[in-house]
Design a protein around this ligand. Structure first.
Ligand code: MN
Length: 148
């Protein structure tokens, strides 16, 4: 009879990936800062259609995790770590969007599906899809074959 030994996370593993909700917040915050120069709780609440109280709770958690610097009356900025995570999220979103556009799908379908897929895809699979995307980009005749 063997006893099941719980497996320990590998040492030196990267920090736990942010939750899907945290990723959505970081994505919005980065986009707001890029377009407006700042991000406030009220703007994030409006964009994500969530109460300001819920947004404040999440932003405080992102602050505690070192991803955001939040000041109650001045809004928030991304820390360097937050910037790095937001850049990874933006890259993933753009890559998946580029891949799906090869199939000539409606933009609203692409956006909705990317918003779902992006939270669940592993780094390994994203790397594979990035190679596929670069290959299709370089070979438009294959893209033409794939389209209907
Ligand atoms: Mn996205």
């Amino acid at each position: 009879m063997s006893e099941t030994v719980p497996s320990n996370p590998p040492t030196g593993a990267p920090k736990a990936r942010p939750t899907a909700a945290a990723e959505d917040y970081l994505e919005r915050i980065a986009a707001l800062i890029k377009t407006k120069g700042y991000a406030r709780v009220v703007d994030i609440a409006a964009e994500l259609k969530i109460s300001q109280a819920s947004v404040t709770t999440m932003v405080q958690r992102l602050d505690a995790d070192g991803l955001v610097k939040y000041e109650k009356y001045r809004g928030m900025v991304l820390t360097d770590a937050g910037e790095a995570v937001a850049a990874r999220i933006a890259h993933r979103h753009e890559l998946l969007t580029q891949l799906l556009r090869f199939f000539d799908l409606p933009e609203d379908v692409i956006f909705r599906d990317v918003e779902g897929m992006e939270h669940h895809i592993s780094g390994e699979t994203l790397d594979a899809l990035e190679r596929l995307t670069r290959h299709l980009e370089a070979n438009p005749e294959i893209v033409a074959q794939l389209r209907r």
